[in-house]
Design a binder for this molecule. Structure first.
Ligand SMILES: *[C@@H]1O[C@H](CO)[C@@H](O)[C@H](O)[C@H]1NC(C)=O
Ligand SMILES: *[C@@H]1O[C@H](CO)[C@@H](O)[C@H](O)[C@H]1NC(C)=O
Ligand SMILES: *[C@@H]1O[C@H](CO)[C@@H](O)[C@H](O)[C@H]1NC(C)=O
Ligand SMILES: *[C@@H]1O[C@H](CO)[C@@H](O)[C@H](O)[C@H]1NC(C)=O
Ligand SMILES: *[C@@H]1O[C@H](CO)[C@@H](O)[C@H](O)[C@H]1NC(C)=O
Ligand SMILES: *[C@@H]1O[C@H](CO)[C@@H](O)[C@H](O)[C@H]1NC(C)=O
Length: 535
């Protein structure tokens, strides 16, 4: 494994050192703050929040070996490594903005984290949980501040090309001090993905034919609102993942010309996402790309999650645990704060003209024609979803705080859980039943985090309670990102879901499941090749 990594890296230097590769990678490390830092959000749904905390703790105490710790789905080490790479880029950005103090704070925190990791890796000693927690918390707070300072836009990243070169030199010398840590980091960070995003951003701004092409496709605009077509929505900050979803859906569609994809991404990935989807044709499927920042109605006066974030107690909650030192960190992953992640509760507002859509997560791959989903009778329900309570594990009581009187009063503890990832949504029923209003109600009740802890599934269970139509499990096969799945289920599955941390685009992805996803990625594309993204 590790040998292969080094083989990949060496030719990289030789070929690209004359300029672009170095900054591509370095810039990419940070630019796509969302690509990877955030891609570990989708924790396996089989692990309810409370058990998850225990797992955090025991995995650290028991697995003193850093390699093992990194492979655990809730690795602190990976979290730190991601934070470091993001922070490095932000150092440059903040210097560029003459915010030297902030840059110094970031740098010092980077050094602290690196020291922590390289000591653990070289001495093969245990990672001290307390130190890790503090490091992640402090860095998380800084990164959050950076976000508040708007140090995350794509134009900013493009501007700092020059400075990144020198930063990379410094980074290299630091990394070489601890080869072992460097090695682990290299394996874990999909640098290729960062590079890919940057490469596409450049293409978008430098090749005017792409922007022209997108304009020419405007004639397909009417398709976006045509309710006789098959509409899919995907909210993603990962271009390659979104591409695999789009490609696999249209490749397996009997009528690709009737398929319409509605993508929403964030500011950083907006240009590269548009570049990629205007460069490639997916069997004539119509594709729309929007960015969440453009939805001005999605603001703190309307969205409880955003309002709650303005509150310093909530910020503390997300970034420093619940104040009690004995409580393991829980919510440091900024994806929990990402609006892209909560957008699923606003689909009727994002697409006011549409009546029915299928929501797809970006960590899935499609193996069958999905058009039949649009004619399934939902019996007046708002959502069609596969249930997950084959084991007692996935019932409501595992996700929600049943000591809370509101939960006790409204929800059957043995109600069956279901999964986000492939959901049929009847937007007319949604509007009629005011599901977004119900979601807002519960989100506001949870301002003190006493009903549930994190994620979008618990509020989803509450908002859609009694409004979910059970789908045949073969429509949506779960678990490819963390567990062993029945091969027959995989074979017959229409949608395979890599929920869990072992995403197929990561080195830690399960080898035996990567093939189903890689089939739909064009590894021969020059940009993927330039970024050393291989199958
Ligand atoms: C860590 O554990 C793995 C798997 O048990 C083993 O292969 C590896 O050699 C160990 N590494 C160290 C540094 O002990
Ligand atoms: C610009 O993009 C188009 C469409 O992908 C491509 O055919 C063309 O070669 C590109 N031009 C340059 C100068 O790279
Ligand atoms: C916030 O959203 C509401 C509706 O969602 C809208 O009426 C209002 O104009 C928005 N405010 C801003 C500042 O955009
Ligand atoms: C939907 O619910 C919200 C919050 O509960 C409420 O303010 C709003 O009036 C409701 N809208 C409709 C159309 O019932
Ligand atoms: C569950 O709800 C009860 C009652 O509101 C509250 O006292 C308790 O702290 C909550 N538990 C958690 C883990 O938040
Ligand atoms: C889409 O998938 C097919 C294989 O099914 C592959 O040949 C093609 O290159 C993919 N296209 C893109 C743009 O990834």
């Amino acid at each position: 494994m590790s040998r292969r990594t080094f083989d990949l890296r060496r030719p990289a230097r030789r070929r690209w050192f004359s300029g672009s590769w170095v900054w591509l990678v370095a810039g990419g490390l940070g630019m796509l703050l969302l690509l990877v830092v955030l891609s570990w959000e989708k924790l396996p749904r089989s692990t309810p929040p409370l058990a998850r905390q225990k797992l955090f703790r025991s995995s650290l105490i028991e697995d003193l070996n850093i390699t093992v710790e990194m492979l655990s789905p809730y690795s602190f080490t990976r979290q730190i490594i991601d934070q470091i790479s993001l922070a490095k880029t932000l150092v440059v950005v903040s210097k560029d903005n003459n915010n030297l103090q902030f840059a110094a704070e970031l740098s010092s925190q980077i050094r602290k984290c690196q020291a922590l990791l390289s000591t653990a890796a070289m001495m093969e000693t245990s990672l001290v949980m307390k130190e890790l927690e503090e490091a992640i918390r402090d860095m998380g707070l800084l990164l959050y501040q950076a976000q508040q300072l708007h140090y995350d836009s794509a134009t900013m990243i493009v501007k700092m090309k020059g400075q990144l070169l020198s930063l990379d030199e410094k980074m290299k010398s630091e990394t070489e001090k601890s080869t072992k840590y460097g090695q682990i980091a290299a394996e874990e960070l999909p640098k290729g993905l960062y590079c890919f995003g940057i490469r596409l951003t450049m293409e978008w701004f430098m090749n005017s034919s792409l922007q022209r092409k997108l304009l020419e496709r405007r004639h397909s605009l009417r398709k976006l609102k045509d309710n006789s077509l098959y509409h899919f929505c995907i909210f993603s900050d990962n271009i390659l993942a979104a591409s695999a979803v789009v490609n696999s859906t249209s490749m397996n569609s009997k009528h690709p010309e009737m398929v319409v994809f509605h993508l929403v991404t964030d500011e950083v990935n907006y240009a590269p996402m548009r570049a990629w989807f205007s460069m490639n044709n997916f069997r004539g499927a119509a594709i729309e790309v929007q960015k969440v920042e453009d939805f001005s109605w999605l603001n703190a006066s309307y969205v409880p999650v955003l309002k709650q974030l303005q509150n310093s107690e909530t910020q503390n909650y997300y970034f420093s645990g619940s104040g009690n030192n004995r409580t393991p960190i829980k919510f440091r992953n900024p994806k929990y704060l990402s609006m892209l992640n909560h957008l699923r509760f606003y689909i009727p507002e994002v697409y006011p003209a549409l009546q029915k859509v299928v929501f797809l997560d970006d960590d899935i791959v499609v193996q069958k024609d999905l058009s039949e989903l649009f004619s399934i009778n939902l019996n007046g329900n708002v959502m069609g979803a596969v249930e997950t309570c084959m084991e007692t594990f996935h019932r409501f009581h595992k996700y929600l705080n049943y000591s809370h009187p509101l939960i006790q009063a409204h929800f059957d503890p043995n109600a069956c859980g279901w999964a986000f990832g492939m959901n049929v949504l009847d937007l007319r029923e949604w509007r009629k039943k005011n599901v977004t209003g119900i979601y807002h109600y519960w989100q506001e009740k949870n301002a003190d985090h006493s009903l549930w802890k994190l994620g979008t599934l618990p509020p989803g269970l509450l908002a859609f309670y009694g409004l979910v139509e059970k789908l045949d499990p073969e429509w949506h096969v779960l678990g490819l990102g963390y567990t062993n799945v029945d091969p027959l289920l995989i074979k017959n599955g229409a949608v395979l879901h890599y929920n869990g941390n072992m995403k197929p685009w990561l080195k830690i992805g399960k080898e035996k499941y990567k093939g189903f996803w890689e089939k739909y990625v064009d590894f021969s594309h020059p940009f993927l090749q330039q970024c050393f993204i291989h199958g």
